[in-house]
Design a protein around this ligand. Structure first.
Ligand code: ATP
Length: 264
């Protein structure tokens, strides 16, 4: 079975500036990777590079054995904040169908019946068939995020990239979205990479975790990669990785990394 993502000595640039270096890892075809790191660590940069949108890199990066630019058909990317113009009165169904229409380069005034059926199926998968004809802009935060997940799934991707899918949601919406992610993990045979500031609600679905901070700090199974020492090295001495009844919890706060100077 081919790996979904293979990176070897990957270094990503913006012009001459190195954004992220030393990234080497392999992700299986149906594994979920949680990508963790403080603000500005390079999480979005890595996702956009894997998605084939950012091409300034050295080293090797293969998506199901292909270069990212040649693997776009296999990948769906859900950015941190959606770029839908909410002044345009699109229904939830239309938003989902757009995921299939754009991928195929089709611009239709009317949604083809075959795509409408697929969009309805995937809306039902995320538990939202009852809002198919409601306007996207009138949905709750959790419902909107689930519609965006449905839009990403409608083209049957083999790799799903999600940038902070739980951010800006209240606790009940977070629970809604987490349970859909759990469902994707259990029912779809696909790989996922999910960036997050708070890894705790997602630890159950993460097969692997990667900690980055402008370079790769750790990669592996959550229990093995996220040691107390490693968490402290990135988030500072107040951070903790603790185990309570065999469950791992990471207390990172949302600290920025700062350089501590010793007084003379
Ligand atoms: N378009 C760009 N041009 C130049 N530098 C950029 C660009 N986008 C991001 N960077 C820089 O690359 C580094 C990594 O940014 P990135 O957005 O990938 O981090 P992040 O981990 O996703 O952060 P956050 O958690 O705040 O979203 C930062 O130093 C950022 O300033």
């Amino acid at each position: 079975m081919k790996a979904s993502v293979e990176a070897r000595n990957l270094t990503i640039y913006y012009g001459k500036q190195v954004a992220l270096s030393d990234v080497t890892f392999q992700l299986g075809a149906s594994e979920t990777l949680l990508l963790l790191g403080p603000n500005g660590a390079g999480k979005t940069t890595l996702l956009r590079t894997i998605a084939g949108f950012h091409t300034q890199y050295t080293g090797e990066l293969l998506i199901f054995g292909k270069k990212p630019e040649e693997a776009k058909e296999l990948v769906s990317y859900v950015p941190q904040s959606h770029s839908l113009n909410e002044n345009v009165p699109l229904t939830a169904l239309e938003v989902v169908a757009m995921g299939a229409i754009y991928k195929r380069g089709l611009i239709h005034r009317k949604i083809p019946p075959e795509i409408e059926e697929r969009a309805l199926n995937v809306l039902s998968f995320v538990g939202l068939e009852n809002v198919a004809n409601k306007l996207f802009r009138n949905l709750s935060g959790g419902q909107k995020q689930r519609v965006l997940l449905a839009r990403a799934l409608v083209s049957d991707p083999k790799l799903l990239l999600l940038d902070e899918p739980l951010s800006a949601l209240d606790p009940s919406a977070r629970a809604e979205v987490t349970s859909v992610l759990d469902r994707i993990k259990k029912k779809k045979n696909i790989a996922m990479i999910i960036t997050t500031h708070d890894i705790n609600p997602l630890l159950e679905i993460g097969d692997k975790v990667m900690l980055i901070n402008r370079r790769m700090i750790a990669f592996g199974k959550p229990d093995e990669a996220l040691t107390d020492e490693i968490i402290k090295s990135v988030y500072g001495p107040m951070a903790r990785a603790i185990k309570v009844e065999e469950r791992l919890y990471c207390i990172t706060g949302d600290f920025h990394i700062h350089v501590r100077r010793d007084r003379k």
